[in-house]
Design a protein around this ligand. Structure first.
Ligand SMILES: Nc1nc2c(c(=O)[nH]1)N[C@H]1C(S)=C(S)[C@@H](COP(=O)(O)OP(=O)(O)OC[C@H]3O[C@@H](n4cnc5c(=O)[nH]c(N)nc54)[C@H](O)[C@@H]3O)O[C@H]1N2
Ligand SMILES: Nc1nc2c(c(=O)[nH]1)N[C@H]1C(S)=C(S)[C@@H](COP(=O)(O)OP(=O)(O)OC[C@H]3O[C@@H](n4cnc5c(=O)[nH]c(N)nc54)[C@H](O)[C@@H]3O)O[C@H]1N2
Ligand code: SF4
Ligand SMILES: [Mo]
Length: 678
């Protein structure tokens, strides 16, 4: 009693929004969390997940001691002993099968900055090209779509936009703080257009809500391009000076008439024309933003490319209120690709999906599962997995389970005994985000922030310490010379001129560069031509069409009467992040169970009532799940939706892992033909 309350500032990593937090401590224990008021992004606001970080850190099921699987089950083991044994096994595997038989898998929970690069660095340092991550299903499809045309990613400048068009994204659930920017723009008069087969939370706020058949967005975008060109509603000066491939694109889009596209997408021709006019009138203050709904399709990259062409046509690229070309902070690079090339070592998936490898330098997880099971093109016999739960998050879960449990060495670092961790030989307790320190950039402001280590548990290593200790045991300690995260952070920061001490004093972050617009006037883009590429010669040379060719998703191109519904998966739930937080009791009260969203007319035709257990069957299997009959306008007829990440109804069991986007290698997580039975 009487213990003084102290407060620390850090960033939340319960999701990827990185809101600034006040973390209150008494006696070294976190007692409360709220939002740090001076941060430009969240301005003192946090969501329920942010507060629940306390529940996460002190969760009674959290595992705080290393475990080893023995013939009589899990046994506690000392940390140093576990690390020694793991190192010994890695050396054995690499001696027997070669260095590339080891692999690493990094998941969403540790993010995409230095923790990702540390995992890459480690596997690279031990001589293997086999770095896997959640990015085989996340964000990279969008990234590639943009990078092919613009050389990099874009940031929609919502606050200054007059028209905002959102495709396959539901920010109120997935990016709550980004939503605020959208709503503020709306209050200032911006028009909001939302394209989604479901009436999502953001669709409810839209001026124009566009229900679209899953996987057909590319056709809609190409039709908008066609209308802009036909009506001379495009920015001829920008196209002439700063783009290549316009003629090819213009020729290709001619076939996308509003009438044809109405049939393909289900969007009335009159609405398409209305949207085209709205965008044209608002240009160049038109901001486009795309989500997972675009990339989880067998034609995802080209659908993204088709949408991304629109901001070149409207001349809204890098304009105030348009889509800004992002500028990085110039931190030191932690990966080793420039120092030690890896491609010749045969990274898994790089031959089949060269674009994915070129742009992301990572291996393809689904092909990784095949390589483990078949030993081809060469054996993969060991894996260290951190912050991922692929048994629930990767398609064709049964194969994932079979592959991971067949490894000679499988090590999982997590907070909890997950469905994936159950398959491991060793479980290592990991530090949560409140127990590690890293640098984070808020790319919307060009600011850099420090997340702080606020507490620690004896056996729960942070990512750096773990890779450091493994590398030193494996004879490649020279790649992990920093004594701890703090030293690493200093090294990373050095070229920026910003110091750790500066960052500690500024929980709101420090700007590394002022925000600039119209950079294309003076600087080349990082595409091969230095200009916006509306047609890509790089793709052509790899044997792909150079313009963003639209292909109907399989369920439309070859409808199968045995599987009359199209299953969309993974629409975010506000309280859960993939397979995370379902173990937080108060969240369970709010969202107690998984369910399949069905249109009322479809339900009636099948004799299904709200809450009935239904069987959903795809060509690879079935699962049982309760039905949630939504209102008529909440989902398109013929479409059903299940969110992934639930142990008790794992939808990834029935998603095939062999239907890919040919460019990104992304699985079609959002258009699986299924049948539904009571
Ligand atoms: N069908 C379908 N599947 C999908 C998607 C979809 O839309 N539909 N979406 C895909 C997308 S976009 C993504 S990003 C992937 C995500 O897939 P995963 O990367 O597998 O993500 P999570 O299920 O969140 O697993 C994160 C794990 O990390 C643990 N963890 C939490 N904090 C920490 C920490 O600080 N350190 C460590 N070491 N572990 C921690 C959690 O307990 C959890 O077990 O799922 C994909 N899967
Ligand atoms: N609470 C919470 N927040 C999260 C996550 C989480 O699991 N929970 N995951 C995080 C991660 S890793 C990611 S990648 C992001 C994802 O963030 P978002 O991409 O915003 O994901 P969703 O909120 O699922 O929104 C996707 C929307 O696409 C729609 N959709 C599905 N198919 C199609 C289609 O073919 N066309 C169109 N136009 N729309 C379609 C779905 O109905 C859904 O409303 O969210 C992040 N934030
Ligand atoms: S939106 Fe919520 S969970 Fe995500 S970073 Fe902010 S407070 Fe944390
Ligand atoms: Mo993701």
């Amino acid at each position: 009693m009487g213990e003084k309350r102290t407060v620390e500032h850090t960033l939340c990593r319960m999701c990827d929004e990185h809101c600034a937090l006040n973390v209150y401590l008494e006696n070294g224990r976190i007692v409360d969390i709220d939002g740090y008021a001076d941060h430009p992004y969240n301005k003192g606001v946090i969501c329920s997940k942010g507060r629940a970080a306390i529940d996460l850190v002190y969760h009674p099921d959290r595992i705080l001691k290393p475990l080893k699987k023995t013939s009589s089950g899990w046994q506690e083991i000392e940390l140093e002993q576990a690390l020694d044994e793991i190192a010994e096994k890695i050396l054995e595997i690499q001696k027997k099968y070669g260095p590339r038989s080891m692999s690493v898998w990094k998941g969403e929970a540790v993010g995409f900055a230095q923790e990702e690069d540390l995992a890459r660095r480690f596997v690279h340092a031990i001589g293997s090209p086999n770095y896997f991550s959640n990015d085989t299903t996340c964000w990279v499809g969008k990234y590639i779509g943009y990078a092919l045309g613009y050389g990099q990613w874009q940031q929609p400048d919502f606050p200054n936009a007059k028209c905002i068009m959102l495709w396959g994204t539901n920010p109120p659930y997935s990016q709550p703080m980004l939503t605020r920017e959208i709503m503020e723009a709306k209050e200032k008069g911006a028009k909001i257009i939302v394209v989604d087969p479901r009436l999502s939370a953001i669709a409810r706020q839209a001026d124009i809500y566009v229900p679209i058949k899953p996987g057909t967005d590319g056709a809609l975008a190409l039709c908008l391009a066609n209308i802009f060109i036909l009506n001379n509603w495009y920015n001829q000066e920008f196209i002439r000076n700063y783009t290549v491939g316009f003629e090819k694109l213009a020729e290709y889009v001619k076939r996308f008439t509003a009438e044809f596209v109405e049939k393909e997408t289900g969007v009335p021709a009159s609405i398409i024309r209305e949207i085209a006019y709205l965008l044209y009138k608002a240009s160049p203050q038109t901001a486009f933003y795309m989500g997972n709904g675009m990339e989880h399709h067998s034609n995802g990259v080209n659908n993204v490319r088709a949408v991304s062409c629109l901001d070149a046509l409207l001349g809204s690229l890098d304009q105030k209120g348009g889509n800004r070309l992002w500028e990085g902070p110039g931190l030191r690079n932690l990966t080793l690709y420039d120092e030690i090339p890896l491609r010749h070592l045969g990274p898994i998936g790089a031959d089949k999906f060269p674009v994915f490898y070129d742009f992301r330098k990572e291996c393809h997880t689904m092909m990784g599962m095949d390589a483990i099971l078949t030993g081809k093109p060469y054996p993969i016999r060991g894996m260290i997995l951190t912050a991922a739960n692929p048994v629930l998050t990767n398609p064709t879960s049964n194969k994932v389970k079979k592959a991971l449990s067949s490894l000679d060495l499988f090590v999982v670092r997590d907070l909890f005994m997950t469905e994936t961790a159950k398959l491991a030989d060793y479980f290592l307790p990991a530090a949560s985000f409140l127990e590690r320190s890293e640098l984070h950039c808020h790319s919307r402001y060009n600011t850099i922030n420090l997340t702080k280590k606020i507490l620690s548990f004896p056996n729960c290593q942070d990512e750096y310490q773990f890779w450091h200790d493994m590398a030193h045991r494996l004879g490649c300690g020279e790649y992990f010379p920093w004594e701890n995260e703090t030293e690493l952070n200093k090294w990373l920061l050095e070229p920026t001129g910003i110091t750790l001490e500066d960052l500690e004093k500024h929980p709101e972050g420090l700007q590394y560069k002022p925000i600039r617009y119209r950079k294309w006037e003076t600087e080349k883009l990082s595409t091969p031509s230095g200009k916006v590429e509306l047609a890509s010669n790089y793709l052509k040379e790899l044997g792909y069409p150079e313009v963003p060719v639209y292909r109907s998703p399989e369920y439309l191109a070859n409808p199968d009467p045995d599987y009359p519904f199209v299953l969309v998966t993974g629409a975010r739930q506000v309280l859960y992040v993939h397979s995370r937080y379902q173990n937080i009791p108060r969240f369970r009260t709010a969202i107690p169970a998984p369910e399949v969203e069905i249109h009322p007319l479809d339900a009636a035709a099948l004799g299904i009532k709200d809450g009935d257990l239904v069987k959903i069957t795809s060509r690879i299997g079935s699962i049982s799940i309760p039905a949630k009959i939504v209102a008529k306008n909440e989902i398109l007829q013929g479409v059903c939706q299940v969110t992934h990440g639930w142990e008790e109804a794992n939808i990834n069991e029935i998603i095939p892992d062999d239907v890919f986007d040919p460019i990104s290698g992304f699985p079609a997580l959002k258009s699986t033909p299924v049948r539904i039975e009571k």
